[in-house]
Ligand binder design. Sequence first.
Ligand SMILES: [Zn+2]
Length: 169
Amino acid sequence: MNEYIPCFACGAKSLNIEGEVHEYMLSAPGCWEMFNEVLAREYSDLRYWRGHQFTVDAYACQHVGKKEDSRALNSVNIHLASLHGVFEKGLSQAETPKLRERFSQFYKGKNLLDWLEPPSSFGQLTVFELWNNEDADLHFEIAQNWARSVWKAWEHQHDKIHELVSQID
Ligand SMILES: [Zn+2]
């Protein structure tokens, strides 16, 4: 058996294992496992914690789930809004949870968010690069590069996200 298989969603080199996956950020079980291992590092070590918001946004925007699932649709909109805040508006990592919260409260129950057709490629970087890194000092930089690469991959939806975010300001 191969040690790794590509995640069908994001393309990450993923642990070839059986296991659970997220309810709507659908992925290969090994990809979800690597994400959870990265989160565990971030929750337990401040040097890793600095990259946490990038990790969450990048992973969500690479695992779009099913079009019919409103949780998936909302999640992609919210996390793209967060990446927009960081890379277009210069928000700090500490500010992005508040933006996500405001965005989510504003659009909650209004049926105003659409399914965003994903790009054909989500970029070269995935959770694997972060998971595979054991240097705490490099974690932030890798997470940031990953998030930037994901934001760029969604270029065809930048205008749409910009418009959605401008309505909550
Ligand atoms: Zn994946």
